[in-house]
Design a protein. Structure first.
Lengths: 469, 103
């Protein structure tokens, strides 16, 4: 009797948790309620975890608590202290951990159980496969974003053949495990498949360029959700199924929205021009001749004059600004110019920074007013009436090749019409090309002047020069 | 057992539709926090890890279960904390000045 009550209470706790996830997710979709939505989801998670602790016949409770504590300790500190610029890679690494959890749960469940029905074996196989791909894929994404490895597509000869062979091996192993269904042979084969899937996850993400990592993370995020739902099938736990499916679905939709913002298909991101072919389109097409093209360099003092006496200035922030931690300096410059009667606005490309919305987060951190931030569609027609477009560490999102050059790998991507401004000043570390790895003809435009150096240093010099002007 | 699978399939499919409906028209500004928030929610797989660690015997399987619990918990805690920090930025009053020394 008491046991029945206990089971019912646990089940209903899961229902409450599921409701909180749904409401939380809903609220995450609107700026005004987003933070509360996240907190609601966290409360739902806490309820679900506590309820699970009271599961009847659960052994190793102390060990479970210790494990949770260890997980909390290793993740909360970096999550609280990581720089805002490094958010995308944090999401990647936490996602990878979730994927690994799903894979390990599936593998362990199979080793432990006897008499597993075929439906569950299929769930176990898929959970192992998807979870481990998500794990190593996320780790590679993390390494690329953290610049532990080159953000460039990494390709080696006959990579596609190797991946195809690997996928074939995994397919065969999966079918064998499902066919054999139980016993030590099946268990060993599942472990082999787990290992092969780990390799495949890494080798699928390696050839994808750093600029596409946000989309990759969105896909992997969705996959981890799916893997979580699959473990829910195996364990007969509906909370896992609901939450996992919610994430799997919303993650896929998010992936498509992001890809659309870059005017690319998801398949194109995964296997397309940036990643697939050995960078023929990227390195070659128009880029090689570009190095001989002239570039006008300018000093901070000379750059300050048109800024100080302009009527309208549009600032185009990009990832370079974020890396240099220059968001505070840019606000200072903007305030200084506003004080002189200059109309200063910010143009935010949908994929400025490294994820959609990333730049808004960074500028909000520097107390830049939302009212000054304009999305691409709102401001794109105003560049023609703008005296100075100040491009800070942005590159690919300003490249006119996306409009003009059908051969360019970014052709068709919506861009900011910076090239229509009267003057263009570009703050950039060097002539190195952007994440897409292609030449930007904007830099060779006769209207463009380049101020080389770290974005923060350059801005500090600009601020001093504008004060003196 | 068949009923369980069927029920699971229902729940799964309905949740898929719900997930798509829920975030259908989200502004691009919120894509990053949303991805991060859903990232935290799939940390629910921690429950699976707990149930596994709570039911297996033998050192090796317990070790796997323990590692899974640690990683799952890291996904949950890290995910929610990172999302909260991102959204904190949105809540701050515009032009509030002061805190210039950001991280």
């Amino acid at each position: 009797m008491i046991d029945n009550w206990r089971d019912a209470l646990i089940d209903w706790s899961y229902v409450v948790a599921a409701i909180l996830f749904v409401v939380g997710l809903k609220q995450l979709g609107s700026p005004a309620t987003a933070q509360r939505g996240n907190q609601l989801a966290a409360i739902g998670m806490a309820i679900a975890v506590v309820a699970t602790l009271f599961t009847r016949g659960l052994d190793n409770r102390l060990l479970i608590l210790v494990g949770i504590a260890v997980g909390a300790v290793i993740s909360v500190y970096p999550a609280r202290t990581v720089k805002m610029t490094a958010m995308p890679q944090m999401v990647a690494i936490f996602n990878g951990m979730g994927g690994a959890t799903a894979a390990l749960v599936s593998v362990a469940e199979f080793q432990d159980k006897v008499d597993v029905p075929r439906g569950e074996v299929i769930s176990i196989v898929l959970g192992t496969l998807i979870g481990s791909i998500s794990f190593t894929g996320s780790m590679i994404a993390f390494a690329k974003l953290q610049e532990l490895m080159s953000g460039r597509p990494i390709v080696f000869p006959s990579q596609k053949t190797v991946n195809a062979a690997l996928a074939g091996v995994i397919g065969v192993l999966a079918i064998l495990v499902i066919a054999i269904q139980e016993g030590n042979a099946a268990r060993t084969l599942l472990v082999l498949m787990f290992l092969a899937a780990l390799v495949l996850g890494a080798s699928l993400v390696l050839p994808i360029g750093g600029a596409d990592m946000p989309v990759v993370i969105a896909i992997l995020n969705s996959l981890t959700g799916l893997a979580a739902a699959l473990t829910g099938f195996v364990l007969g736990n509906q909370a896992l199924v609901v939450a996992g499916a919610l994430v799997g679905a919303s993650g896929s939709l998010l992936t498509m929205l992001m890809a659309r913002a870059m005017n690319r298909s998801v398949a194109n991101v995964l296997f397309g021009a940036f990643g697939g072919g050995p960078a023929v389109g990227a390195g070659g097409g128009g880029g090689d001749g570009g190095e001989a093209l002239p570039v006008r360099e300018i000093s901070a003092e000379d750059a300050a004059v048109p800024l100080a006496y302009a009527q309208r200035v549009i600032i185009v922030p990009g990832y370079g600004l974020a890396v240099a931690q220059a968001q505070h300096s840019v606000r200072e410059l903007a305030e200084l110019l506003t004080g002189r009667g200059v109309d200063v606005r910010y143009a935010i490309h949908p994929v400025a920074g490294r994820m959609p919305g990333h730049m808004n987060v960074l500028l909000a951190e520097a107390n830049v007013s939302y009212d000054d931030l304009y999305e691409m569609e709102q401001i794109n027609d105003d560049f023609g009436k703008t005296d100075v477009a100040l491009v800070i560490g942005a590159n690919d999102v300003t490249n006119p090749a996306a409009r003009n050059d059908t051969a360019s790998p970014i052709y068709g991507m919506p861009i900011l019409n910076v090239d229509q401004a009267v003057n263009i000043i570009v703050l950039k570390r060097s002539m190195k090309s952007g994440f897409a790895g292609i030449e930007n003809e904007l830099f060779h435009d006769p209207k463009t002047t380049m101020l080389f150096g770290d974005a923060k240093d350059s801005l500090t010099k600009l601020i001093a020069a504008v004060k003196a002007a | 057992m068949d009923n369980d699978v069927l029920l699971g399939a229902y729940v799964f499919l309905l949740a898929i539709f719900l997930g798509i409906e829920l975030i259908g028209r989200v502004p691009a500004t919120l894509h990053t926090p949303l991805m991060s928030g859903t990232n935290a929610i799939h940390g629910i797989v921690l429950l699976g890890a707990m149930l596994i660690l709570g039911s297996v015997d033998g050192f090796l399987l317990e070790l796997i279960g323990f590692v899974a619990v640690v990683l799952g918990a890291a996904n949950v805690f890290g995910g929610f904390v990172v999302t909260d920090r991102m959204l904190e930025m949105f809540r701050k009053k515009p032009g509030a000045g002061g805190a210039r020394q950001g991280k």
